[in-house]
Design a protein around this ligand. Structure first.
Ligand SMILES: [Zn+2]
Length: 471
């Protein structure tokens, strides 16, 4: 790669061989067999890592469309919503709707749905009661392929033809959908690649072996071109030989039903015995106090981390710093949910919401994730919010908590296995997991938008180019 800005103000040629950076020089003369990329002075960054994301939930959310009030209240609106949603997903993907109510377009069946969504895309729409699905003709064709007879929950007309209404046959439907019961991750993988993301940590707790197998298949097939670390249960972990990397043991803490202290301590010890960190979900003060206390009692593993740490006053920051435990925050929530926080959160707690500088100056290692689909999956939204600390309505949340653009980016470029470690400049021998911008860092740092990502490279392979996707 020629003329890449490897550090602000330093333009170099970069040679990538296999999965690593093999050389960084003022001028390289590559042999003819080396593919050449003219970076034209654009900044070459480390690939971004989303340290906290929920992949299948994100894929399902991206593939689902609200089909009832308040979003949709008439047949016209429903047709428009279905068409708009269909445009954003792969032509082969199932369209999944939820929340249908008769007030929108009367009783729904396959013909009504075919008329609302012309074309060959399979679609299923769930009634808001959850008791019924309506399948369009393409969907019925897929689930009925090779079937001798329909089960009793599939409503049929006098001629024995399915009406499209399927009652209480969720288990059958899941079985018939086969792979489609786990939403396809390809469009999620492509979107994240277009953001410059080369690594992910899936934070969903208690994945079963079928979920791990589906994730592994997505990495294996290239649907997910990123590195994938999976958090989860103590008992179910990726088998050796899979492409998934084992992450921390996830512990959900809920203030309304906190676990018994000694039980929690032994759970931490059990994870550490597997040479595995523990990731605590902590969104309240009480949850954070309990997690810190239990970690102190059990001793700390380098992989231990606190997810969210949503409310962290100075005394708790000091405690986390003393323990040496990493915090994985969601600065995107400052923008996305900040206005609700300003209305609903106790004024005494507001200064401690999703802190940035407070953690760093307090000596806590800080990384970040988007928590998509509960937050926007574009990490650049979170990077901007970590800098500006402004809400959607333009209010400031957490004065003095803003980070420099460089430090905010480092929340997402820290190593997957060490989200709080600020990475150094690119060096020979580093993994070729890279994000090339269409301009140098200085102009990019002024607005930090995803549109500037020109190319993404993972394990030495180009997984996204803007040129190609535009053409
Ligand atoms: Zn989460």
């Amino acid at each position: 790669m020629q003329c890449a800005e490897v550090e602000p103000g330093f333009v170099r040629d970069v040679l990538i061989r296999d999965t690593r950076i093999a050389a960084i020089e003022t001028r390289l003369s590559p042999t003819a067999d080396v593919e050449q990329i003219d970076a034209a002075g654009g900044a070459l960054l480390r690939g971004l890592h989303d340290h906290h994301i929920h992949l299948f939930a994100l894929a399902a959310a991206r593939q689902s469309v609200a089909c009832g009030p308040p979003e949709v209240t008439s047949a016209d609106e429903l047709a428009r919503a279905l068409a708009a949603h269909a445009e954003g997903i792969d032509p082969e993907d199932w369209l999944r709707g939820f929340g249908y109510h008769e007030s929108v377009a009367g009783p729904l069946d396959r013909r009504a749905l075919d008329a609302l969504l012309p074309g060959t895309r399979p679609a299923r729409v769930q009634h808001r009661t959850g008791a019924m699905w309506v399948l369009n003709s393409a969907a019925l064709e897929r689930v009925g392929a090779g079937l001798a007879s329909w089960p009793s929950g599939v409503e049929c007309d006098a001629q024995g033809t399915p009406t499209g209404r399927v009652y209480a046959e969720d288990a059958w439907l899941r079985e018939r959908l086969g792979d489609a019961s786990f939403p396809d991750l390809a469009s999620v993988g492509r979107f994240l690649a277009s953001c410059g993301v080369t690594g992910l940590t899936d934070a969903t707790p208690d994945k079963d072996s079928a979920t791990l197998a589906a994730l592994d298949a997505a990495v294996e097939s290239g649907a997910l071109p990123q590195r994938v670390v999976v958090m989860g249960a103590l008992e179910v972990t990726p088998e050796s030989g899979t492409r998934l990397e084992r992450g921390a043991h996830k512990v959900m803490l809920r203030e309304s039903a906190l676990p018994e202290f000694e039980a929690l301590v032994s759970r931490i010890r059990a994870a550490h015995e597997q040479d595995r960190g523990v990731a605590f979900h902590c969104v309240t003060r009480a949850e954070l106090v309990l997690a810190a206390g239990a970690l102190r009692a059990a001793s700390v593993h380098p992989g231990d981390r606190i997810e969210h740490a949503s409310i962290a006053p100075d005394d708790l920051v000091a405690m986390l710093s003393e323990l040496g435990v990493t915090v994985v925050t969601q600065p995107g929530f400052v923008y996305e949910r900040g206005d609700v926080y300003l209305r609903d959160v106790d004024p005494a707690d507001r200064p401690w919401l999703y802190r940035g500088r407070g953690f760093i100056e307090g000596g806590v290692s800080l990384g970040a994730g988007t928590d998509a689909p509960y937050g926007d999956a574009d990490p650049w939204c979170a990077v901007r919010a970590a800098v500006a600390r402004t809400t959607r309505d333009g209010h400031l949340l957490g004065e003095g908590e803003g980070l420099t653009p460089e430090r905010a980016l480092a929340l997402f470029t820290s190593p997957l296995e060490a989200p709080g470690r600020v990475p150094g400049p690119l060096a020979v021998g580093d993994a070729a997991d890279l994000c090339l911008l269409d301009r140098p860092w200085a102009p990019h740092s002024a607005d930090l938008v995803r549109d500037h990502v020109r190319m993404t490279i993972a394990r030495g392979r180009v997984i996204y180019t803007r040129e190609r996707s535009a053409g």
